[in-house]
Design a protein around this ligand. Structure first.
Ligand code: SF4
Length: 464
């Protein structure tokens, strides 16, 4: 959930030129989640391959491409705001064409053209790999206001190889599937992305190998529902079989599992993670709520008892496991008592990391039609209470780490002798970080550290 704005930069010369032989430029804005980042990286590669220059200053680019997120209304609002900003540059004559791609384009289709008439092309998810041709066609004519879709997209799996990585090359996302077969009452994803389709095992492993050859030593496995992997192929214990193959990749050191659906975290998977040198003891498992009635109304197959037992099992199997979860508060009908049950559960579970969202009614979802919709200010108050409860837990966990030794992956040098890094319990972009003193390690190097203090959610470490 949520949207992140990333501008990309690059200076790769190609053959898409103006009449006076100057290369044409593309400004690219990537919004949304990790899955969208993968699509952005693939589009960027196609754009550069076609000979366009990437321009960090989007206001001076010939074409602006915005890869949108359409998951919830605030993400849509952010995308529209950026498209409107691009429209101003177009009105000033600086930018010639605006392309909207990604989830919001897929969700709204032609309606997006009506809502923002300055857009020249709305590109559906299945047209992702044609982005460069679309740009070239737009620039070659005055024709605009195109909607381009691929009706079969919801039945196929895309090729995510040959991407131009936005993030530092020592870590990358490995997308293992498209779509989702669950039907959570609040979620628009199945409407946008279609049914769950696993990327074939050989293709997934080959993409992983390519990322590792390009310098990745950490891969974050992503999907809408990662532990559903293989069920549609059909392949029994698909995720475990995929992990078996990934572990064999020599230079790959950390494998991180994101987006695990709690009911699908079975004993075999726990055993696999616990027994692996490479799969880090980090579980991202969105539980959404804990009250049984709310879970049932959400259309989730978990119950309080099952989730409680699972957390106990994970902590027992891996004493050092780091658990991240996501919650939704203010779901229709959520009473004060049910919310209090969730707060108590957060105190009991002591997740190392937690994200909380105020429920948002989305058109076309079952939950939006439910009675008992809760006022926005109550939802926000509840979200704040959860985050304050979690803050205390996260700070306590951090304090308890002082004096302990951690192996960190250097991310970025910020001062001559200070480096930002992450230990296995910190996923890129969404979690806190380690500030490593006395350290000159280059990005992608492992550094042994001792935790010397804390700074909010972050850890302060010293290189040993
Ligand atoms: S598991 Fe539920 S919340 Fe997650 S993508 Fe699927 S339908 Fe949406």
């Amino acid at each position: 959930m949520g949207a992140k704005r990333k501008k990309t930069s690059g200076r790769l010369r190609g053959s898409a030129t103006t009449k006076n032989n100057q290369p044409k430029t593309v400004g690219f804005v990537s919004l949304g989640c990790a899955k969208n980042t993968v699509d952005s990286e693939r589009m960027l590669a196609k754009i550069v391959e076609a000979g366009y220059l990437l321009n960090y200053d989007i206001e001076d680019a010939d074409v602006i491409v915005i890869n949108t997120c359409g998951f919830i209304a605030p993400a849509k609002a952010e995308a529209i705001e950026i498209i409107k900003e691009a429209s101003e540059y177009k009105a000033e004559g600086r930018v010639k064409k605006i392309v909207a791609a990604g989830c919001l384009s897929e969700r709204m289709k032609e309606q997006l053209l009506e809502e923002v008439p300055e857009i020249d092309a709305v590109v559906g998810l299945g047209q992702r790999d044609n982005v460069a041709e679309i740009i070239t066609a737009l620039l070659a004519s005055d024709e605009n206001r195109l909607y381009l879709s691929d009706g079969d997209w919801g039945k196929t799996v895309q090729d995510d190889s040959d991407r131009l990585l936005i993030n530092p090359p020592h870590w990358a996302y490995l997308r293992i599937s498209e779509g989702c077969d669950r039907r959570c009452a609040f979620c628009t994803i199945p409407m946008i992305k279609g049914r769950f389709r696993s990327k074939p095992l050989e293709q997934t492993v080959s993409e992983a190998k390519q990322l590792v050859s390009a310098g990745a030593i950490e891969l974050s496995i992503i999907a809408q529902d990662s532990n559903y992997y293989g069920k549609d192929l059909p392949m029994e214990n698909g995720l475990v079989k995929l992990l078996d193959e990934l572990e064999k990749i020599d230079k790959l050191k950390w494998i991180r599992l994101m987006y695990l659906y709690p009911a699908g975290v079975d004993d075999l998977l726990i055993e696999k993670i616990a027994g692996s040198e490479k799969i880090v003891n980090y579980i991202d498992m969105p539980i959404q709520h804990i009250n049984d009635t709310i879970l049932k109304n959400m259309g989730r197959s978990d119950t309080r008892r099952k989730t409680t037992e699972l957390i106990e099992k994970l902590r027992k199997a891996m004493g050092d496991v780091v658990l991240r979860t996501t919650l939704i508060v203010g779901f229709p009908g959520e009473t004060d008592k049910q919310f209090a049950e969730l707060v108590d559960f957060v105190k009991w579970a002591r997740f190392e990391a937690l994200g909380c969202f105020a429920y948002w009614p989305e058109d076309g979802t079952k939950a939006a039609e439910m009675s008992g919709q809760i006022a926005q200010e109550i939802k926000e108050k509840r979200s704040e209470e959860i985050m304050l409860t979690q803050q205390k837990i996260a700070f306590d966990i951090n304090n308890a780490r002082i004096g302990s030794k951690l192996r960190c992956l250097a991310e970025e040098k910020v001062r001559p002798e200070q480096v930002l890094g992450r230990f296995y319990g910190q996923a890129p972009h969404i979690d806190s970080i380690c500030l490593i003193e006395n350290c000159k390690a280059a990005p992608g190097e492992f550094v042994d550290c001792e935790v010397s203090g804390t700074q909010g959610y972050d850890l302060v470490c010293k290189k040993i």
